[in-house]
Design a protein around this ligand. Sequence first.
Ligand SMILES: NC(=O)C1=CN([C@@H]2O[C@H](COP(=O)(O)OP(=O)(O)OC[C@H]3O[C@@H](n4cnc5c(N)ncnc54)[C@H](OP(=O)(O)O)[C@@H]3O)[C@@H](O)[C@H]2O)C=CC1
Ligand SMILES: O=C1O[C@H](COP(=O)(O)O)[C@@H](O)[C@H](O)[C@H]1O
Length: 498
Amino acid sequence: MFAEEKELRLVHLPRLRMESSDSKPETGCLSIIVLGASGDLAKKKTFPALFHLHRQGFFESHDVHIFGYARSKMSDDEVRNRLRGYLTPCQGCEIIREEDASKFMGLIKYVSGPYDAEEGFLLLDKEISAIEDKTERSSRRLFYFALPPSVYPTVCKMIKSCCMSKCHLVISPADKGGWTRIVVEKPFGRDLDSAEALSTQIGELFDESQIYRIDHYLGKELVQNLLVLRFANRLFMPLWNHDNISNVQIVFKENFGTEGRGGYFDQYGIIRDILQNHLLQVLQSVLPINDEEVVIGQYEGYKDDPTVPKDSNTPTFATMVIRIHNERWEGVPFILKAGKSLNSKKAEIRVQFKDVPGDIFKSKKLGRNEFVIRLQPYEAIYMKLTVKEPGLEMKTALSELDLSYRQRYQDVVIPEAYERLILDTIRGDQQHFVRRDELKAAWEIFTPYLHKIDKKEVHSVPYKAGSRGPVEADKLAEKVGYVQTHGYVWIPPTLKPS
Ligand SMILES: NC(=O)C1=CN([C@@H]2O[C@H](COP(=O)(O)OP(=O)(O)OC[C@H]3O[C@@H](n4cnc5c(N)ncnc54)[C@H](OP(=O)(O)O)[C@@H]3O)[C@@H](O)[C@H]2O)C=CC1
Ligand SMILES: O=C1O[C@H](COP(=O)(O)O)[C@@H](O)[C@H](O)[C@H]1O
């Protein structure tokens, strides 16, 4: 959206596929193995997404089996009961149909074993093979790593030595042979060197075509829309440059803290957890980050979590200004902002235009034009404009052109990011996953500053839980050119009183 073609991963053409070139669905035996099935991501996101895909019939052409694997000792029923509580109704439904839930639960088997020894993986392979042998079709094995990244290398080795897809029978045109794919979660590494080392270790075992580095923000409906907005609308083409745009803000806010994930979070912090991946997809031409254009913060109460060290400097908030050195974007600050325990929950991209030259209507007083892409909640694309206030007087007012998805597409179910991306992994479509070179470029941008945080050369400033974050962050945004519109709040139409 914001950079030249070669600079933005979303428009990386070799990987771009408008539609599946091979749209015939595959058939055969599909085993989805969730590693770390006892964990937080598995229960909150992975299994619920699989449930929705199953309920919507996406697995019908496959003979599907779902395996959970982790060290915790649990029976199949214990796992099923535990996961049942996390299944959510489909969008627009009030309850889950019991029949749907039990059909899905019936697909799940659980295998317990270690991550660093063959015994568990051999057992897992035996369970998968027992099912595959019955179908005598090619075997597709999708390994989803809902695990801490520290165990990825060992787990990859175990899969490679014990669990690869074996039978490659092609018995019908729809049966295109077997495969083994792995889906790895972010954060992929802690810095440039560790990410590269991890990529090398995994790369020695699997081809790039087998590795799906998932960043679930790439599966969000409005993120997927960026490519279309940018390249299918003449209207925007002449505007996307430093002549017209003053600044771009990419914002992620959560109104809750680390909530039991303090142990994990403290090792990574908000920059590795959110900024390095979800908020950043811009490649090449990014200038080194200037320390003067960063504010990091930590919410008061964060260290009350017993798993967080009392002297933690880990940021739970960061604002960073990214500058792109090219003809189009020279001088336009890209303000990345992410924080936990703030005053609201939202993710959006806000493009703020420069003031109107001449400004005969004094529209500057009302506020600048802004083009906003609201990723969540209440997906919307809206444009803040100055218009004539309806009535006899020639007065101006700030208003908006608003494409609110819930209102405009009332009968459409917007898929959860994880649903879409898991489906892509099954279909073999890598366009919305992170490539190794993209990952490297992202780490190159953040690593120098991350090392300063780790060495406590820079300090997180405290902020009140439930606030906007440190005041220093607002001051920084203002300093680099963002002009806040006072007294105007966009309210999603679905929430407006009728
Ligand atoms: N939770 C979330 O909302 C999100 C998480 N992620 C990413 O997904 C991955 C998994 O996250 P999450 O589920 O929260 O992690 P958890 O801490 O819940 O870990 C998942 C499972 O891994 C096993 N495990 C935990 N710690 C270790 C360890 N030190 N060594 C070996 N095994 C361990 C445990 O299973 P057992 O002991 O039974 O083997 C645990 O149930 C991470 O990479 C995370 O960054 C990404 C997006 C969102
Ligand atoms: O990857 C992560 O994302 C979640 C936020 O995801 P969302 O889809 O609910 O916006 C965040 O809470 C978590 O810290 C992070 O690891």
